[in-house]
Design a protein around this ligand. Sequence first.
Ligand code: 13P
Length: 264
Amino acid sequence: MRKKLVVGNWKMNLVQPQALSLVESLVKKLSATDAVDVAVCPPYTSIAAVVQALKGTQISVGAQNVFWKDSGAFTGCVSAPMLADAGCKLCIVGHSETRGRFGKLEIDADDVGYFAETNRTVNQKIQALLYHSVMPILCVGETLAEREAGQTDSVIQTQLREALQGVDASELGSFSVAYEPVWAIGTGQVCDAKEASRVCGMIRRTLADLYDQQTAEGIRILYGGSVKGSNSKELFSQPDIDGGLVGGASLDPNDFTAIVLSAV
Ligand code: 13P
């Protein structure tokens, strides 16, 4: 039986005093809950302070992105060993907001350089994180145009296959996938729970094809995209949904607590 995991992705929100006030509130509200694994992913600038504030609690801290080289002349980047050193236990990779998959890029594709993730750079990041024992949460998901063209499953299968190239089953003990349909992120338009579960089941079958059934059964598959306290129970009660990756609602201690408790 996989233990459910609920992760708050704060995105580019909260300065340090606000971050500390949010985690202080979460610690009080969630102190009696150990039936669910809980994590928050603050912006880099608050990671150290949040790690310190959550010491001795059951809430883990993660990052929202990573660069795949350990060190070097990569201005503005943060590496996997730096995240591990700062106390991060997990890291989001391949989020549609870092892939630049809002449907269209806001800047010319040729000018994006290192910062628009591709399946190949996501693969490099996963390998770097696993090497440094930071759990990757690999985000996959289709755009609205891809869904409407009937390409949902094939897009996600390609994302999984290419992101996991060269990664051995033995390394996947600490690894999660988040199904985040791009059209459901920040729109209030949550994916129907049955359809989200169907896609998460398809993700598990794809992992079983790439590896084996036992490995696939051990990997937690989360749903993300407009998760709220009002819809999380139905989502988390689906057989193939092992928790959530929560954006906007993770900034509200009451809503995030309700989401976590609905996974119990
Ligand atoms: P929202 O919960 O704000 O839709 O964001 C989801 C998300 O992108 C989590 O990574």
